[in-house]
Every structure is written in C-alpha cells, then in structure tokens.
Design a protein around this ligand. Sequence first.
Ligand code: GLP
Length: 240
Amino acid sequence: MGIVINYCENYEEMSWQAAEIVAGEIKSKENFVLGLPTGSTPLGMYENLIEMNKSGKTDFSKITTFNLDEYYPIKRDNSQSYYKFMFDNFFGKININPENINIPDGEATDAKIECGTYDQKINHAGGIDLMVIGIGPNGHIGFNEPGNFLLPNTHVAVLTEETKEANKRFFDSVNEVPDRALTMGMGSIIAKSKKILMLVSGKSKANAFRQFLEGKITSGNPATFLYLHNNIIVLSDIEI
Ligand code: GLP
C-alpha cells in the first residue's frame, strides 16, 4: 500500500506491465469498473490488452469503463474527440458491451449538468476499481491544470496555453484545440478509485515527474494530489 514506483526499461516494457496489471485486476472481480485515459502514453497498453482479448486471455464483456475526460464542446465523430480515440484505439477492438462505456459527453447541451451526472454514474457503479491515468508535461491529470486551486469533482476545465500547445499535434493547428474540457476532478479520482495506476512516459514529463517525486502536495502540480491516496502504482519509462 502507499505509492509503489516501478521503473521500466522502455516504453514497450511499461506498456506490457501496465496491460498485465489491468488484465490481472479485471480477472480478480466480477463486473470490474475500469477508469481509462487518452493520450499517446496508454496506446501501447491498449495494444497489449487488445492482443490479450484476441488470444482469449482477457475478457472485457462484463467490465464497465469510465473515461477521465473529453474536450468540450466537441462532436463524438470529430476525429480529435476522446470518444473517437477510445473507439478507434481500444473499444472498437475488444469484446466490451458498448452500454457499459462511459465518457463525459462533449455534445451535452449543459456541461455542468453532464459533470454532475457523470459523478453520479460513477457512484452508481460502486466507484472505480482501477483508474489508469497519464500525466501532462505540467503535471496535469486529465484536464486538472496547475493553478492556485483545483476543483474536486467532475467539472468544466479551461485548458492552459501549455496544454493546448502539447495537444496541438493532434489538430490542424493550435487554434483548433477546444478551449474547454470536461474532466474528472482530483477529488473524484482520489475518492472514487480504489486503486490508481499512473503511467509516466517520455522526457517531456521529466520535470513534472521530478516534482511529483519530491512528495509535496501542491496545486501547482495536480499529480502530487495522488499522495492523498493509499494505493498507487506508478510505471515510468524515464528514470529520475
Ligand atoms: C491530455 C489528456 C491527459 C493525458 C495527457 C498526456 O491532455 N487530457 O489525460 O494524460 O494529455 O498525454 P500524452 O500521454 O500524450 O503525453
């Protein structure tokens, strides 16, 4: 218990270990509830999990998923929506029941109501058994950006210029990156997840990860709030 940090040789090793952890956890419980991130970091984990599903090693038919975040506003069929990302890279390739997939709705007419409903859905599912997250270059988790304060529950977040810059590689230009997003808050992540798996990949995360390792909780680096949880595994392909 507490925080376990595991350094991996490279991205492939990290992705394999992450998939093994997820697959092992899913097997341990009926109707498992899994929290999932987007970004380039988890892609290798998703590829491994897809293979495990194809080979019959891992069954996703009974799991329920909750995604961490989504741009707002954004159409589901927009090539950059996290909805599309998840179906293209994972959900569309495994035997999950589409009814059990939950992603904050970028098409919702009332973003605030959507955020409240999302937290209720997580509660109704009995919380999240394992929440997988990545980390942004500035320490953001989901779209919980560094600042003077953090909002605890699922909320509408305004993206920082830094995050828009980091995410622009997926869009035609930085101007196309939506200004806002719906994101689980650090409070929802910590209070509603029984276990958290954080993946740290690539040199661009070194500063944020170094600060995280100092162990001081600060809203200047949202990832540090994970120290308030007592069951965290960190897999990193960069050694600090
Ligand atoms: C985005 C997502 C985060 C993710 C981060 C890092 O901003 N909202 O949930 O952790 O990017 O992405 P990457 O893994 O591509 O570095």
